[in-house]
Design a protein around this ligand. Structure first.
Ligand SMILES: *[C@@H]1O[C@H](CO)[C@@H](O)[C@H](O)[C@H]1NC(C)=O
Ligand SMILES: *[C@@H]1O[C@H](CO)[C@@H](O)[C@H](O)[C@H]1NC(C)=O
Ligand SMILES: *[C@@H]1O[C@H](CO)[C@@H](O)[C@H](O)[C@H]1NC(C)=O
Length: 482
């Protein structure tokens, strides 16, 4: 009889796809218990715009302003932006042009092989109300031109946070950049960066002003710790931040896996620690799902949206102050959060992460990053918990049965909690192909990024200080404690 019951239980478990609940205790005060707490930037979720495409995004893509202001509505501050990328090292400043940018391409889907930009480009950057990082050219080895541009950046960009001197220098040799025409290595690049930091920084008479590093290869090689070891105190005075780029790549399943995200971020631990030892922030200056504009079958999916959400939260938890998600050629950008005509599913993930972090001072992760199930808690400046975000990163392709996972939160007070779900039909849902992705039942309208639809708020009952939330495979839930 016992064995028949056991078999029956097993049968039920298979049919209902019941798995054991994962249980987390919510600290009622930041900096208590055995958890690690990361101090938060006021707006950790940022956007990077490819250098040549930046004016188009701000003058000719209606959704841009609204998509950014939706986050400001949550956090109270405009999200940080960075202007740069491969075309920053193809761009030269032209004091004579009245245009933002001047270039020609044979196909509008292409990025230009060379371009010039005028002071109007920097005036436009200065019209943005959030913090701005401007990436300038080092590859062409024309420091006078870069200094001229840096002076305009300092005078025109009122919220200028930092200037980058070169983008992904490890590829300079391969790309035929003049500065690497002799030999090129991490040590030669570091010496070059250090000299440029001092020359440009002293020419604009500002310290700290440089966002240093900006490489993409996985550290330790080309990383912040390696660079810092070459810097003397004169160079360090000019460095505002250390930045690295990151494009994890992979399939939708591997990309969105919480375990995968957590281990990807551990690659940066030593570099983050090295920057923090200098008392400087460490940021992802340029990042997104898959390099080269994204992968068509991966980057536009809801699974990539869930990656975006979990990735920026894990990065923030790992003391990476800001994460700038890259946006490339308008109309040819698989990972973009928005375009002229359509929203991208990743915007929803970034929105949910911003909603968790809004007006928070600290973030902790309740999980250790070794399973597919994540739980984060944000805290206000008074140390009281604000919200939790629970993520079930099991992959659901859209066919077969969708499993679910119970998350139990313990240590709670009160009688009920409100929650908003981040969901779609499957991890493969794409907004640009008619898929429906929602946050709290609401959508962002194609073309203008306005929030639409009726808000759907769920109620979770607290009993004996705990709640149980059921989260389907490839779904997340934002729980409000206040
Ligand atoms: C604005 O976008 C349209 C495509 O919708 C394009 O034809 C036009 O050239 C763009 N204008 C500028 C100034 O970039
Ligand atoms: C610091 O390093 C720079 C090159 O990176 C060099 O030009 C400068 O002389 C050094 N300063 C001191 C005080 O050693
Ligand atoms: C992040 O930095 C804080 C100190 O500001 C530290 O207590 C915490 O352990 C760090 N987090 C991680 C994951 O190392």
């Amino acid at each position: 009889m016992a064995s028949r019951l056991g078999l029956f239980g097993l049968f039920l478990a298979v049919v209902l796809d019941v798995t054991a609940a994962v249980t987390f205790t919510v600290p009622q005060q930041a900096h208590t218990g055995t958890y690690k707490y990361a101090p938060l930037d006021p707006a950790p979720v940022g956007i990077s715009f490819e250098f040549f495409a930046f004016p188009s995004y701000f003058t000719n893509v209606t959704a841009t302003n609204q998509c950014l202001s939706n986050w400001k509505d949550l956090t109270g501050v405009w999200p940080p932006i960075r202007i740069g990328g491969t075309t920053q090292d193809r761009a030269q400043y032209d004091s004579a042009t009245s245009a933002y940018v001047v270039y020609s391409v044979s196909n509008p889907a292409d990025a230009p092989a060379s371009l010039t930009f005028g002071s109007k480009f920097l005036t436009l950057a200065g019209s943005y109300a959030g913090s701005v990082v401007v990436g300038l050219n080092r590859g062409k080895n024309n420091i006078q031109n870069t200094i001229s541009a840096a002076k305009i950046a300092v005078s025109e960009v009122k919220n200028l946070l930092a200037i980058e001197l070169g983008n992904e220098p490890e590829y300079y040799s391969r790309n035929g950049q003049p500065i690497a025409s002799g030999s090129w290595s991490p040590a030669i690049d570091a010496a070059s960066q250090n000299n440029w930091d001092i020359s440009v920084g002293s020419a604009v008479n500002k310290k700290p002003i440089i966002q240093a590093g900006n490489s993409n290869d996985s550290p330790p090689t080309w990383g912040a710790a390696e660079l810092i070891a070459t810097e003397n105190s004169t160079v360090k005075q000019y460095v505002q931040t250390y930045a690295h780029h990151n494009y994890p790549g992979g399939t939708v399943t591997s990309l969105m896996s919480h375990k995968g995200i957590s281990s990807n971020l551990h690659v940066f631990d030593a570099d983050v620690a090295a920057a923090l030892r200098e008392g400087k922030p460490y940021v992802f200056g340029e990042t997104n799902s898959v390099s080269g504009g994204g992968a068509a079958g991966v980057s536009p999916t809801f699974g990539a949206g869930l990656w975006t959400m979990d990735y920026v939260l894990r990065a923030s938890y790992s003391n990476i102050s800001r994460t700038y998600f890259h946006h490339g050629t308008v109309g040819n950008c698989q990972y973009c959060f928005w375009g002229r005509y359509s929203m991208g599913a990743p915007y929803y993930g970034a929105y949910a992460a911003t909603a968790l972090l809004a007006k928070a001072s600290y973030l902790t992760a309740l999980d250790d990053g070794t399973t597919n199930y994540a739980a984060y808690v944000s805290f206000g400046s008074d140390g009281k918990p604000l919200r939790a975000l629970l993520y079930n990163s099991d992959y659901f392709s859209g066919s077969g049965t969708r499993s679910s996972q119970s998350f139990v939160l313990q240590g709670l007070t009160g009688t009920s909690l409100k929650a908003k779900r981040v969901t779609a039909d499957s991890a493969m849902s794409r907004v640009d192909q008619g898929g429906v992705v929602t946050f709290g039942g609401q959508k962002f309208t194609d073309g203008d990024c306005k929030i639409s639809g009726t808000e759907a708020v769920e109620t979770l009952t607290v009993s004996n200080g705990q709640v149980t939330a059921t989260i389907k495979a490839s779904e997340a839930l934002l729980v409000y404690f206040q």
